[in-house]
Ligand binder design. Structure first.
Ligand SMILES: Nc1ncnc2c1ncn2[C@@H]1O[C@H](COP(=O)(O)OP(=O)(O)OP(=O)(O)O)[C@@H](O)[C@H]1O
Length: 231
């Protein structure tokens, strides 16, 4: 199995509080990995460390064999704390703007995704609903030509139809390109079919991880495992 991201005994703390504790894990290359955990488990912190928004207090991280930093960030698209797009821009304009700020942005790809996600390119960013805004954020993120996508809770607070659209888009991307996707989520029911690999995070530690099929064969449905781990 080729590895995209490795954590070796990583700890991270905010002030006195440890958000991650002696955490070791591997994220396989070319697959979708689900990062599952309850509120405060450390999912966002883990994704931020991959993009070098923070540095580990202890331990070592490798992303495609390199230390996190600006160089490897060129290969990463991160959907994290929501990027601010100008509210007075139309979606079309937001795409032109994304092309300016992201060197590896694919305008044609973004236009295809817009159709797929049923967004009107003339609509103003400021007039979009939360779900439509998330669809747009995701389009702008996924239209970058990179090897690794990190999506921090892309489904949170989104209605069923938008969720299904987002999941369809991710499945489409995975079937078309050899990319690595890491998605943090609590929405295991809807996303289960998307993932090949799962990491269960609890109180800053990995409590279970592995290939989805292997986990299912050994321990039953993913929902069952989720309940066992988090109840
Ligand atoms: N900026 C911060 N300052 C202080 N503590 C923080 C900060 N960000 C996160 N924490 C703490 O670190 C721990 C992990 O937070 P993190 O946001 O990584 O969890 P999460 O799994 O992404 O949670 P959620 O599902 O609620 O988004 C939590 O206890 C949180 O309170």
């Amino acid at each position: 199995m080729s590895i995209a991201v490795e954590f070796h005994h990583v700890s991270y703390r905010y002030g006195r509080k440890f958000a991650l504790q002696d955490l070791s894990l591997s994220i396989p290359k070319g697959k979708a990995t689900g990062l599952l955990g309850e509120n405060g488990a450390g999912k966002s912190t883990l994704l931020k460390l991959i993009t070098s928004i923070g540095k580990p207090t202890l331990g070592e991280i490798k992303v495609f064999g390199q230390k996190p930093g600006w160089k490897v960030n060129e290969q990463i698209a991160y959907l994290g704390d929501r990027a601010q797009w100008y509210k007075f821009h139309s979606i079309e304009k937001a795409i032109q703007y994304a092309e300016k700020i992201f060197p590896n942005f694919q305008v044609q790809q973004a236009k295809e995704y817009l159709d797929f996600m049923k967004l009107d390119s003339k609509a103003k960013v400021g007039d979009l609903s939360k779900g439509q805004m998330m669809r747009l954020q995701l389009i702008l993120c996924l239209s970058r030509k990179v090897d690794l996508f990190l999506l921090d809770e892309p489904l949170s607070g989104i209605d069923l139809i938008s969720r299904e659209k987002i999941i369809d888009l991710l499945i489409h991307l995975l079937s078309e390109q050899e990319v690595t996707i890491v998605i943090s989520t609590h929405e295991i029911m809807e996303t289960e079919g998307l993932f090949e690999h799962l990491i269960f995070l609890k109180e800053g530690k990995v409590v279970k991880s592995g290939n989805v099929e292997t986990l299912r064969a050994r321990e039953g449905s993913i929902q069952h495992i989720y309940r066992e781990v988090f109840q």
